[in-house]
Design a protein around this ligand. Structure first.
Ligand code: FAD
Length: 290
């Protein structure tokens, strides 16, 4: 209310000055400012009413002959300017509020905001939502597999769920793991032991690095590819590679697992010579024949 009264007083003063000085266009332009000021703090209907009142007042005090057309244009212009400025200021205010909240979140211990477990990790559901319905968590803080590619995937998913109202769930079935030793060790899916423990009937394929001419050319002596496939369907359940470029080679198995491609399908494809990827085809072929 004080804002409205104050702004009304400003409008009246400007209108009086306008009438007194007969400056019309120059001083009359000042009506915009109180309207824009009010717009920042008021609902839209108040802005439009005040804009219309302001224009009518201007017209009433003006030395120019009253004109319906001019009054309409003035009204529309002022209301439009007011609404535009309201939108700008509201957006700015909401940005500032969001920044302040984010800063407060960053400076506060997560434990003060969301539930954390005894190890300090933040429990989340399959959509990465925390104990607070408005807060999502992703990456190392949730205590899942601690990898950059996992954090990245989770961050994108949590962002879509939080900002776009999506209900996507995280799927870590196909998770590549690489240890950057020399040679590298890369895995995806389950090991033979895990699959058997889960009660699955499996076929195994194995290829030794020394059998690849590319390894001989490069002077690599140690390494292998081992694949674990479901005996009935041929679906690849796991793959384990030890080689200088195991971190790159594993992604053929990643793609196969993502698409649930049977080992027979890829075992029958050509792999370029001389490459270490030939070992992958050999191991898949052995699993397909077993
Ligand atoms: C030595 C080492 C080697 C690794 N090598 C690999 C690898 O080869 N491949 C792989 O996939 N993963 C690797 N990881 C794991 C990988 O780094 C993490 O899984 C990944 O960085 C997790 O990403 P994140 O965004 O969840 O957390 P982080 O990358 O840790 O990012 C969290 C950020 O939040 C900031 N922060 C923390 N508290 C606050 C606060 N209160 N206010 C403001 N900012 C804050 C931190 O400074 C940090 O920048 C490695 C980790 C380590 C330690």
């Amino acid at each position: 209310m004080p804002v409205l009264l104050g702004s009304g007083a400003i409008i009246a003063i400007v209108a009086l000055v306008d009438w007194w000085t007969n400056a019309d266009v120059l001083v009359g332009f000042l009506y915009l400012f109180p309207i824009m000021f009010i717009a920042a703090f008021s609902p839209r209907w108040v802005v439009i009413l005040l804009a219309a009142g302001c224009a009518a007042l201007a017209e009433g005090f003006s030395s120019l002959a009253p004109s319906f057309v001019r009054l309409s244009f003035e009204t529309l212009a002022l209301a439009g300017c007011g609404l535009f400025s309201a939108e700008l200021i509201r957006n700015r205010r909401s940005t500032l509020q969001t920044e302040a909240r984010l800063r407060a979140l960053a400076e506060t211990s997560p434990a003060a905001i969301v539930t954390v477990d005894e190890r300090g990790f933040i429990p989340v559901d399959s959509q990465l939502r925390t104990s607070r319905p408005w807060a999502w968590a992703a990456g190392d803080v949730i205590g899942g597999p601690l990898f950059t590619h996992v954090a990245s995937l989770m961050g994108q998913l949590a962002g879509r769920n939080a900002l776009h109202g999506a209900a996507e769930t995280i799927d870590l079935r196909v998770l590549p793991r690489v240890t950057f030793t020399d040679p590298e060790v890369a895995s995806v899916g389950v090991t033979q032991e895990q699959a058997v423990k889960d009660g699955r009937d499996v076929r195994i394929g194995f290829a030794s690095l020394v059998d690849a001419e590319k390894a001989q050319i490069d002077g690599q002596k140690h390494g292998h590819v081992k694949v674990v496939a479901d005996a009935a369907s041929g679906e690849l359940l796991g793959c384990h590679v030890v080689a200088e470029t195991a971190g790159d080679m594993i992604h053929e198995a990643v793609a196969m697992m993502a698409g649930r491609v049977p080992v027979q399908a890829v075992a029958a494809t050509m792999h370029a010579y001389p490459t270490l990827s030939e070992l992958m085809r050999s191991a898949l072929a052995e699993a397909a024949e077993a």
